[in-house]
Design a protein around this ligand. Structure first.
Ligand code: PGA
Length: 254
């Protein structure tokens, strides 16, 4: 059995003041310290990246952005390039979060372009995918997984795959308190890994971490993280308090 290191990332979304972001990042850094058994990342809003990066410096906590531009530079008002994120201290960028797909209308093609641009420039990518409630109710989730993974990963090299993390986030579970059961998560993750195996081979299928996201809390994390194909968690609401986020990190360590 391949061993994949567990990964816990906090997606702060459009929350925190500068002072709160600094304090939260510092508290996470203090709690994690130099312990690198689990990969831990925090993803603050763009304007707080540098300050949060300073707060986690010297700890094992990595910095991530919540999104990234689809082009490398130029006249793209409001966009933030991969090079800027790297300069700000980021290792990771989240791409294709459901709020960007469904609220801001990002297409599979745009997400594929962002994945390519970010990886070409040297970032690691946390690629989000997952079905809506309507799609699950109609039994379409596996078709959606296949389409989203295939579209987002089209054209990646093996070296680029080595910097890709997938996050399965059922839209009906995000911010709703309705977490997927460990069995539902495992079933989805196993399907996605199976597709990776079919499309890209054993090495990529076995090495790619697949995180679960959607109402993960300190109370439900352990059950999800013990599933064989669940390699970690992408945490929204529960990442805004250091105690609950660190409890999820602890569940991943245990
Ligand atoms: P949630 O968000 O943990 O608040 O459900 C998860 C996410 O959107 O990444």
């Amino acid at each position: 059995m391949p061993t994949r290191k567990k990964f816990v990332a906090g997606n702060w979304k459009m929350n925190t003041t500068l002072a709160e972001a600094k304090a939260l990042a510092a508290a996470v850094a203090k709690g994690v310290g130099a312990d690198a058994r689990v990969t831990v990342a925090v993803c603050p809003p763009f304007p707080w990246l540098t300050a949060a990066g300073e707060a986690v410096r010297g700890s094992a906590v990595a910095l991530g952005a919540q999104d990234v531009a689809f082009e490398k530079k130029g006249a793209f008002t409001g966009e933030v390039s991969p090079a800027m994120l790297l300069d700000a201290g980021c290792t990771y960028a989240i791409v294709g979060h459901s709020e960007r797909r469904h609220v801001l209308g990002e297409s599979d093609a745009a997400i594929n372009q962002k994945v390519h641009t970010a990886l070409e420039e040297g970032l690691h990518v946390i690629l989000c995918m997952g079905e809506t409630l309507a799609e699950r109710e109609r039994g379409l989730q596996e078709r959606v997984f296949q389409r989203q993974v295939f579209a987002a990963c089209a054209g990646l090299t093996d070296e680029q795959f080595a910097r890709l993390v997938i996050a399965y986030e059922p839209v009906w579970a995000i911010g709703t308190g309705k977490v997927a059961t460990p069995e539902q998560a495992q079933e989805a993750h196993r399907f996605v890994r199976g597709k990776l195996r079919l499309l890209y081979g054993d090495k990529i299928a076995d090495a790619t971490p697949i995180l679960y996201g959607g109402s993960v809390t300190a109370d439900n994390a352990a059950g999800l993280l013990h599933q064989p194909d669940v390699d970690g968690a992408l945490v929204g609401g529960a990442s805004l308090k250091a105690d609950s986020f660190l409890a999820i990190v602890k569940a991943a360590q245990g």
